[in-house]
Design a protein around this ligand. Structure first.
Ligand code: PBG
Length: 320
């Protein structure tokens, strides 16, 4: 059918009708709020207005607020008081993330607590794996990364989310969790994680900028999409429960293709740079922040993300 029999504008004629025929809807239970918890002095993150490094006490309060607003989950990042070459703070039983998990699960047991499993915030060199003679070693990193995941599970984490991009880490973590009596702890893999300049503000937030080189030997090249499908399928086979694509907005095609290839739930991470660009333009009065928040999240969901990790989670639920 063509014009004049078919007039697509008919279904756009009123707000009621538009909302009836809307194909994609956002709801609070799709959103995951990232939180930064610090072992030292809390401070606002300059490049991410509205986001701060929180103390243990503050993070519990924030978690309770988040749950009250209808957001089902948080993902925790830790800033330790000291860093070394073994990422001791990452797997310490009384590390900052482990303490935060215990404190949150104690006060807000229904809130799903996810932990980011990585070494970069805890390594003096800022890389996501063990460094030997200037190279990031894959297989020795797996042992530490598995210890980190188990320590989070011991503290009570519901889900672990490895973001290091070492090969084989999903299998290593899954078998470490199962072997330590945590078969019920689920695993969301940052399976498709690009080496992206959009992580810039996060590195200020988490104090995790690499001291030398970059992350391009482990994170993916922005030009690749077939490799994304390979990574996603590998992690699914190794035992991931949820597959994540990151960043989100510049990689909607990747989200869509991964969704078609893997039959697990798909998550996408609207990362720090995506957040900061919106905040900065809004501060200048150049865009309508509220509309942009909802439009970007809706687009990420429309592309195929079942779940979205976003610094806007709390703001978004107020708008929904
Ligand atoms: C840790 C990690 C990073 C992000 C999540 N986990 C940073 C990085 O890889 O450098 C980025 C999140 C964001 O930018 O919001 N490896």
């Amino acid at each position: 059918m063509t014009y004049p029999n078919h007039r697509p504008r008919r279904l756009r004629s009123s707000k009621t009708l538009r909302s009836m025929v809307r194909e994609t809807r956002l709801s609070p239970e799709q959103l995951i709020q990232p939180l930064f918890v610090t072992e030292t002095t809390p401070k606002p993150i300059k490049s991410m207005p509205g986001i701060a490094q929180l103390t243990l006490k503050e993070v519990v309060k924030e978690a309770a607020e988040i749950y009250k607003r209808g957001i089902p989950a948080v993902i925790l990042f830790g800033i330790p008081k000291s860093k070394d070459e073994k990422a001791t703070g990452a797997w310490a039983q009384n590390g900052i993330v482990q303490n935060a998990v215990r404190a949150i699960k104690d006060k807000v047991p229904e809130l799903l607590v996810i932990t980011d499993v990585c070494l970069c915030e805890y390594m003096s060199h800022g890389h996501c794996g063990v460094v030997c003679e200037g190279r990031i070693e894959n297989d020795t990193s797996l042992e530490i990364i598995s210890d980190v995941a188990v320590s989070h599970a011991m503290a009570g984490a519901d889900m672990v989310a490895p973001s290091d991009m070492m090969d084989g880490r999903v299998r290593a973590i899954r078998s470490a969790l199962d072997g330590s009596g945590f078969p019920e702890v689920s695993l969301m893999s940052y399976a498709v994680k690009y080496a992206s300049a959009f992580y810039g503000p996060f590195r200020e937030a988490a104090e995790s900028t690499p001291k030398f080189g970059d992350r391009k030997t482990y994170q993916m090249d922005a030009g690749n999409v077939r490799e994304a499908l390979r990574e996603a399928k590998l992690d699914a086979k190794e035992g991931a429960d949820i597959i994540m694509v990151k960043p989100a907005l510049s990689y909607l095609d990747v989200i869509s293709k991964v969704k078609n290839v893997v039959d697990l739930p798909i998550a996408a991470y609207q990362v720090s740079g995506e957040y900061s660009m919106i905040k900065a333009a809004a501060e200048k009065g150049w865009i309508d922040e509220k509309s942009i928040i909802l439009e970007t999240l809706l687009s990420i969901h429309r592309a195929g993300a079942d779940l979205i990790v976003t610094y806007f989670a709390q703001e978004a639920v107020k708008l929904l």
